[in-house]
Design a protein around this ligand. Structure first.
Ligand code: MIC
Ligand code: SF4
Length: 645
């Protein structure tokens, strides 16, 4: 039987396990990327592992999330990242150079390679034919040290695209359409592999929009073949020699097939507060808009900003709308400055932001109370924008720019076909890698800068046989890592775990952190009770690290998302799943909980019995842990485990 692209790349990189869907495998990682918000912890952990130089083919450290530098913390972190990169053989992309995924796609991505990134949107690289996976910082640290990356061998879903998009419909609408089919849950340990005639009309940046936002379905990654279109993109980036043809075998076997007719796709919108809440824009035409934000790693390429600039040309932003635009990279920024698009944006009254994540992570541009905020980004979780009462609507750059000038939602299909901007890729992009600092030739002479905001990476203690404690919080379905560990204005504490821990579940239960710390200080275990799809969204390991710091020992959930479940294990927290989902009802906040014989249950592969001492009932919990993960848990986390190996 023929092979998918996914399995061809996995086969080439396999170092542990068998390539059978569902089993644990270890793969060699060729490239890594980190960003500043997850990077400081990843490099502190890399330092703690104690390897003198990264062992990957390429590792890049980007600064793009926390660039506001309110106070000394961000600036200190940036300096730490720069010096650590110089010492350990990592390229350093300076603040202002752009969003990690956009810059990596432009300058470093390579078909057929594996990329592990400490950011959940690392699959952006799938647009060029890389197997690009998001993970917690500690997994990335281990990969930088030459260790394998462990994952569940995925099922592969073949998404067959046929036909061609109509004018005014774009790549964002394709991925929103796919989200409306797959939703944001139930897709763990799957890969979306694209094929079909339809891909021939999609450029690499458009493909990257699709693989980027594939992350919202919860899949491990998404991937496109590498073809002539890929070669043209790499050539325009003066990297044709990095090209490699990559396609699935004609008779490749897939676990599921989804057919999408591009001709039939309509302009779509994800309504508040989930990227899976997708409807056609025509259903909300006329709804008033207060804010429009164009940018983020999903839609900030030259193509996207060309579209936005062309729509804004000779127009003015509606008086009731605040429009901000953030180019995805310095390459994009510089090129829109030269092709005139930037001046159309400025003349229209757009507020031009730096090339960074900015509004997307709630770092600035918080909308007004109860605002309708229209964004081209990929996540619209409640409160992520910085304003809890605001509703964020996710759309294409076309729909965003039209809303900015009209002051309300417009169906892009109502525009004249002949007015659709022709945004062809240039023959040659402007190349200037001057903001990427190369590692030092004399690493011994580099002194690492550590500001007062940077501490030691905390570690957990070894797992005992018995846990006695309290269910300190009970939450519902689809709890995101933004709920667990808010970013936005709290971002500057990413390197200060003690301080950042004060904000765990801040918007869900303001007393959680102080209660948990009190339970921990009484030498009792803290437990979290959750519904379906716990830990959706980002790769931020702080959503495990800070709860660990507050004494959380286990999470009881109906189901977990992939990256977060792995992060829990990496920090020695047990992810336990209700054997019977209705048992979720049998634990309430404040209940006293006891788990005995944990080690013997884990060793013998038996389910774990949780005793609710308050209600005097036993609850059976299962777990999806490999032998390696059990050892990590017993050691009190991956850092202890790696050091002891
Ligand atoms: C996000 O989009 O949620 C982030 C911010 O990029 C995160 C990483 C982080 O929390 O630092 C992600 O996607 O992994
Ligand atoms: Fe940055 Fe937003 Fe992309 Fe996350 S989703 S990497 S915050 S632009």
């Amino acid at each position: 039987m023929g092979k998918s692209i996914t399995y061809k790349i996995l086969e080439k990189h396999l170092v542990k396990g068998k390539l059978i869907p569902g089993g644990e495998i270890g793969i060699k990682i060729d490239q890594t990327l980190t960003q500043d918000a997850t990077g400081t912890m990843a490099y502190l952990q890399f330092e703690a592992i104690g390897i003198p130089r990264v062992k990957t083919e390429l590792s890049v450290s980007y600064v793009d999330h926390n660039t506001l530098q309110e106070g000394f913390e961000n600036a200190d972190d940036h300096k730490y990242l720069q010096t650590v990169a110089a010492k350990y053989g990592i390229k350093f992309s300076r603040p202002g150079n752009g969003i990690c995924h956009q810059v990596h796609l432009e300058r470093f991505s390579r078909p057929g390679k594996t990329l592990l990134g400490s950011d959940s949107h690392t699959p952006t690289g799938g647009g060029i034919g890389m197997l690009a996976i998001g993970a917690g910082g500690l997994d990335v640290a281990v990969a930088m040290g030459g260790g394998a990356f462990y994952l569940t061998a995925p099922e592969v879903i073949n998404v067959r695209l046929c036909g061609k998009l109509r004018k005014w419909v774009s790549a964002k609408d394709i991925i929103l359409d796919i989200l409306s089919i797959l939703s944001t849950k139930g897709n763990v340990n799957k890969v979306l592999e694209y094929s079909g005639e339809g891909i021939k009309s999609l450029s690499v940046p458009e493909r990257a929009t699709i693989t980027n936002m594939g992350a919202e379905t919860g899949v491990t990654t998404s991937i496109f073949p590498s073809d002539e279109i890929t070669r043209r993109f790499l050539k325009a980036q003066e990297r044709e020699s990095d090209w490699l043809e990559l396609s699935a075998d004609g008779n490749a076997e897939y676990d599921q097939i989804i057919e999408v007719d591009l001709e039939k796709i309509e302009p779509m919108v994800a309504l508040p507060h989930s990227p899976g809440n997708v409807v056609a824009i025509k259903e909300i035409v006329g709804r008033k808009v207060d804010q429009v934000e164009i940018g983020s790693c999903t839609n900030s390429s030259l193509r996207d900003l060309y579209i936005a600039g062309s729509i804004l040309k000779n127009k003015k932003v509606h008086p009731d709308v605040s429009l901000a635009i953030a180019p995805g990279s310095r390459q994009v920024f510089s090129m829109i400055a030269k092709n005139g698009m930037l001046s159309y944006m400025i003349d229209a009254g757009a507020r031009i932001m730096e090339s960074a994540c900015g509004f997307c992570i709630g770092s600035g541009q918080a909308p007004r109370t109860q605002a309708v905020s229209v964004r081209t980004s990929n996540r619209n979780f409640e409160g992520r924008s910085g304003t809890k009462s605001a509703g964020v609507y996710l759309v294409s750059p076309e729909a965003a720019a039209l809303a900015a000038v009209s002051g309300e939602f417009v169906d892009p299909l109502s525009m004249k076909e002949e007015d659709y901007p022709k945004a062809d890729l240039p023959e040659k992009f402007e190349i200037d890698d001057g903001m990427i600092i190369l590692p030092a030739d004399n690493p011994d002479k580099v002194e690492i800068f550590r500001g007062p905001n940077i501490g030691e990476p905390p570690r957990n203690s070894r797992l005992g046989d018995k846990l006695d404690g309290i269910a300190a919080i009970k939450v519902g379905d689809k709890i995101t890592t933004d709920h667990i560990m808010p970013a936005g204005s709290r971002l500057k504490f990413r390197s200060n775990i003690k301080k950042y821990s004060e904000f765990v579940f801040e918007e869900v239960d303001a007393n959680f952190a102080s209660n948990a710390a009190r339970i921990r200080d009484e030498n009792k275990a803290v437990f979290i009770v959750a519904g379906e799809s716990y830990g959706q969204g980002s790769s931020r390991e702080h959503a495990a690290l800070c709860p660990m710091n507050l004494g959380v020992k286990a999470v009881f959930a109906k189901s977990f998302e992939r990256i977060h479940a792995a992060n829990l294990v990496n920090f020695g927290i047990l992810p336990l799943t209700f054997m019977n989902p209705h048992d979720y009802e049998k634990i309430e906040k404040g209940d006293r909980i006891e788990i005995s014989n944990m080690l013997s249950s884990l060793n013998n592969g038996k389910n774990i019995i949780v005793f609710n001492k308050t209600k005097k009932i036993e609850i059976e919990m299962k777990y999806f842990l490999s032998a390696r993960q059990k050892d990590i848990l017993k050691a009190g986390g991956l850092l202890n485990f790696t050091k002891n190996c």
